[in-house]
Design a protein around this ligand. Structure first.
Ligand code: 3HC
Length: 304
């Protein structure tokens, strides 16, 4: 049996691929790309919510949001560490992000304008991320799958804290309800596009499915998210901004309207409302933290 045969036999028998195992270059490169972009998304995703920590409406709300943003930093660290097992350093991944060679989730290039957005982000963005990440717990690469197990446990708290925020507002004063509906209107479509292009338009899904990196397709995961979120919106009296959204008794799923892929690709390719802010802020924070990294490395060298 060739190395490739042995590799594919492991994939087909759901045996995890570990860092020291032989793997095709394409598999390694695919994972380096996806895992580092996943890590970038976690870290950049701290910015839209971090903006509201000092403006939280109560100490309880502040502490919860602080804990959530801190979790995201941790998720980024797990994922960078897992991505480094593929033979590429964190410094290189960070350079790819800062030079805009690498992507991160488009959703984080939208602004968070008020406290209702903290609810919409936790509820919809983390809710979508959970659907994707629960599926990724079964991904074929061992370190990635194991990172997902820990991350998913914390993401469910993130989704619940978001839903609590937006529920309180949706069921609050008329002004609060209006803010909650406005946040829903702005975050709904970008959230469902987090799952990526339609399967037939997905450049990466073929390899991802063949190598067991992706267990469920973009469209299947998107449908799963929509089906579970409609009831949550109805429960708090919010309207999903999609005139074509309709329960299909035959398929037992919601039919929904066309997504704006021009907007999606414009944001992915750097022309979203906040792309420049997000990268410039990351570069500034990374530079300000340089002395900490250098001190930690000096200490480690001296004491190892
Ligand atoms: N934002 C930015 N880029 C996206 C995207 C999105 N929402 N959806 C797809 N893309 C990019 C892909 O990266 C790929 O570009 P590339 O080849 O240059 O990397 C291209 O569009 C084609 O898309 P494909 O569907 O063919 O690519 P993938 O097979 O990689 O699927 C994905 C895209 C579903 C995002 C997949 O990469 C994935 O599952 N990634 C892991 C999960 C992840 O990164 N989630 C991001 C959010 S994490 C998060 O939200 C944090 C939470 O705490 C809130």
């Amino acid at each position: 049996m060739t190395d490739l045969d042995k590799f594919l036999e492991k994939i087909n028998n759901n045996i995890k691929i570990e860092p020291k195992d032989w793997m095709p270059d394409g598999y390694r490169k695919h994972l380096q790309r996806q895992m580092s972009q996943h890590a970038h998304s976690e870290v950049i995703g701290m910015q839209p919510e971090g903006n509201w920590i000092t403006r939280a409406p109560s100490l309880r709300a502040k502490v919860i949001l602080l804990a959530k943003v801190q979790d995201e930093a941790g998720h980024g660290q797990y994922l960078y560490s897992a991505a480094e097992t593929l033979g590429k350093s964190r410094a290189v991944y960070i350079e790819e992000l800062q030079s805009r060679k690498a992507k991160y989730s488009s959703i984080f290039n939208y602004p968070t304008l008020n406290w209702a957005d903290m609810g919409a982000v936790g509820w919809l963005v983390d809710g979508a991320a959970i659907v994707n990440q629960v599926s990724l717990q079964k991904t074929s690469y061992g370190p990635y799958a194991r990172a997902m197990v820990k991350i998913c446990k914390e993401e469910s708290f993130h989704q619940r804290q978001g839903y609590e925020i937006i529920s309180k507002m949706a069921l609050g004063s008329p002004e609060q309800k209006e803010m909650a509906q406005d946040a829903m209107n702005r975050f709904w479509w970008p959230s469902i596009m987090m799952f990526g292009p339609h399967d037939q338009d997905s450049a990466r899904s073929g390899d991802a499915m063949k190598w067991g990196i992706k267990i469920e397709s973009n469209d299947d995961l998107r449908q799963k998210f929509i089906d579970k979120t409609v009831a949550q919106a109805e429960l708090i009296g919010l309207t999903i901004p999609d005139k074509d959204l309709k329960w299909n008794e035959e398929t037992k799923h919601y039919d929904f309207g066309a997504m704006d892929w021009d907007e999606f690709w414009s944001v992915v390719n750097g022309d979203g409302p906040c792309n420049d802010d997000r990268i410039n802020h990351h570069i500034k924070a990374h530079e300000e933290g340089r002395w900490v990294r250098e001190a930690a490395n000096a200490y480690a060298e001296k004491n190892n």
